[in-house]
Design a protein around this ligand. Structure first.
Ligand code: R5P
Length: 328
């Protein structure tokens, strides 16, 4: 399929928080953003309607699902509307997938990740595209959906290669993030990842942060890698431990800028550099912030759409025995 012909068969839509990303993707693909009417019933419930024809189309809907929960529902409703409207295929592009932190059964606690993925899996989509989700093993909860799990690490590595001074060390602020940090370290040509041990209070705040190998940090420019920053507590505490261990500078890369409360301000004081992506359209990141770099992901999503729509086999479409697969 040539570029011109696939463009005609794409319909691109966005939920409210996905609009800026979808516009950027649409600009790269030269595909207009579909019209949506979003209203509320008098009690506040959402009422969504796709205003453009989707019959026989490959529909792509962009929608990060960070709080409030209406963001999640808006995306699910749009997927159902696209399916009901006769779309050939409905793909959800979810730059940030929320509710992924309760990923294991614990007494009295829900498996929130599964509840949310179940909802999306039953919403009418046949494919989802996600980025650096917190707990990769939860992707199985998408059931029969085709899942493309993209990584922002190559983009981060390209930026870090130009900016991070040597000697450097790549670090993970907790055990759960070692593989993520290792992936970036490998792209940077570093063999080793320094990992920290983190514990939290029952209410979620970081209780302790330690590393068993402080000598690997001494005299180094340390780059922490994490999937997301919420309160910022993890990275603020990790930076303090790294500085105490004699790090020359401490910077961090995280894919998802949730940045609740004073996270951004606290991180700007604690770090010499913070690299984020635009998976969440955080208000504060619309303007230039000291020591903060935001890497745009629209080119990655646009290329993924091109690969999917192209007739030539691509990495994104390669047959794999696994239902979900890491691409890029
Ligand atoms: C936790 O396991 C995650 O990978 C992040 O480290 C965590 O969610 C960050 O949260 P916060 O910024 O609130 O410490």
């Amino acid at each position: 399929m040539g570029k011109a012909s696939y463009k005609a068969s794409i319909a691109l839509f966005a939920s409210t928080p996905g609009t800026s990303m979808a516009l950027a993707i649409g600009k790269l693909l030269r595909v207009p953003l579909g019209k949506v009417r979003l209203e509320r019933f008098s009690d506040g419930e959402l009422r969504a309607q796709l205003l453009d024809d989707v019959v026989g189309k490959d529909v792509f809907i962009v929608g990060p699902t960070h709080a409030p929960t209406d963001n999640l529902l808006e995306l699910a409703f749009m997927a159902d509307a696209a399916r009901g409207g006769g779309a050939k295929c409905v793909t959800l592009i979810i730059p940030y997938l929320s509710y992924n932190r309760q990923d294991k059964h614990k007494p009295g606690k829900p498996l929130s990740s599964r509840v949310v993925m179940d909802l999306l899996a039953r919403s009418g989509a046949s494919r989802v595209i996600v980025v650096d989700i917190h707990a990769e093993h939860t992707l199985e909860h998408f059931g029969g959906l085709e899942v493309l799990h993209l990584s922002a690490a190559p983009l981060a590595a390209a930026y870090v290669k130009k900016t991070l001074k040597k000697p450097f060390a790549v670090a993970s602020p907790d055990r759960g993030g070692i593989a993520r940090a290792q992936a970036l370290a490998t792209l940077l040509g570093a063999s080793d990842v320094v990992f920290f041990e983190k514990s939290r209070h029952e209410h979620g705040a970081v209780k302790s942060m330690t590393t068993a190998t402080p000598e690997k940090i001494t005299g180094k420019h340390v780059l922490f890698v994490d999937d997301m920053i919420d309160s910022g507590g993890t990275l603020v505490q990790a930076a303090a431990v790294a500085k105490k261990a004699g790090a020359k500078t401490v910077s961090a890369f995280a894919s998802h800028a949730v940045l609740s409360g004073n996270a951004l301000k606290n991180l700007q004081s604690a770090l010499s550099g913070l690299i984020l992506t635009d998976t969440i359209p955080h208000v504060a990141l619309r303007s230039k912030q000291a020591r903060v770099t935001v890497l745009p992901l629209a080119p990655l999503f646009a290329q993924t759409i091109i690969d999917l729509m192209s007739s030539r086999p691509s990495k994104a479409r390669a047959k794999s025995p696994q239902k979900s697969r890491r691409t890029r």
